[in-house]
Design a protein around this ligand. Structure first.
Ligand SMILES: NC(=O)c1ccc[n+]([C@@H]2O[C@H](COP(=O)([O-])OP(=O)(O)OC[C@H]3O[C@@H](n4cnc5c(N)ncnc54)[C@H](O)[C@@H]3O)[C@@H](O)[C@H]2O)c1
Length: 258
């Protein structure tokens, strides 16, 4: 959690059915914890089963509702959609979808093959669209819904060895605009949250070295680390009815990267 500031409470999230992809670790795990703390009925999918089960235990131990975990590889679109339907059968119609699963492993631009390109687009972009398609009829029937897509600041800044990832993340911004228009008439909102460099365990383990810390200190206006909780606060607000007039927009939480 960022500092000691308590999270706001959103009455509209209490009992809401929330689905988060890639919820076992990283930002997704923070979202699982924070939506559960709001009293939401949280479901999440991931391919890391052990981490997912440990997270569900941890959340339950805090006194919140145990989140529902289902194994799903978001790259396999048909089975992922079936899992979404099954989650809705168990918990009820999904009212909030957080499209979050991604893979930001570095790749040299001149070594990308067509099959690598396809795989990275599937994990970083395609499922956002197909998961939204799967939940849209449920949201339409209840007259409201909120889809929060995780983009990335990497689309907007200089960053090497991420050409496919950055392209997919740019696509998410376009997808957000298009779906907001298509689904708005049904009361469904679609927004894009763009994190800056967030200090998840994975980022700290693989990429945040002394040089990276210097870059962060130089480029960010705020002289502090951006934490998963900073992103979760924004995602909660966009999911809640408190933001009911907002759709089709990018929301950046990057500490003021200049
Ligand atoms: N951490 C950052 O600094 C940062 C910055 C900008 C954008 N983002 C975006 O925020 C989101 C979360 O980032 P993160 O840092 O927590 O990522 P992460 O890599 O730490 O976690 C991603 C999660 O998705 C899961 N996942 C990966 N492939 C999957 C698949 N095929 N099927 C199902 N689940 C799969 C992973 O197991 C993991 O639990 C991503 O969309 C990412 O692009 C993160």
């Amino acid at each position: 959690m960022a500092g000691a500031t308590p999270f706001a409470t959103y009455p509209s999230l209490c009992d809401e059915v929330v689905l988060i992809s890639g919820g076992a670790t990283g930002l997704g795990a923070e979202f699982v914890c924070q939506f559960a703390a709001q009293g939401a009925q949280v479901a999440f999918v991931d391919i890391q089963d052990e981490e997912a089960r440990a997270l569900a235990d941890t959340v339950a131990a805090t006194g919140s509702r145990r989140p529902l975990f289902r194994h799903a590889d978001v790259r396999v679109l048909g089975s992922y959609q079936e899992v979404i339907a099954e989650i809705a059968e168990v918990l009820g119609p999904i009212g909030v979808l957080v499209n979050n699963a991604a893979n930001d492993a570095r790749h040299a631009a001149d070594e990308v093959t067509p099959s690598f390109w396809d795989e990275r687009m599937r994990v970083n972009l395609d499922h956002y669209y197909f998961a939204t398609r799967a939940v849209a009829p449920m949201m339409r029937a209840s007259g409201h819904g909120s889809v929060v897509n995780l983009g990335s600041i990497s689309t907007h800044i200089k960053l090497a060895d991420l050409v496919v990832y950055r392209t997919a993340k740019a696509g998410i911004e376009g997808l957000t605009r298009a779906l907001a228009q298509e689904l708005g008439r049904d009361g469904i909102r679609v927004n894009c949250v763009i994190p800056g460099w967030v200090m998840t365990a994975r980022q700290l383990a693989y990429w945040v070295d002394a040089e990276a810390e210097e870059t962060i200190a130089r480029e960010q206006a705020l002289p502090r680390r951006i934490l998963p909780a900073d992103v979760a606060r924004l995602v909660l607000w966009l999911a809640a009815e408190d933001s009911s007039g907002c759709t089709g927009q990018n929301w950046i939480v990057d500490g003021g990267w200049m």
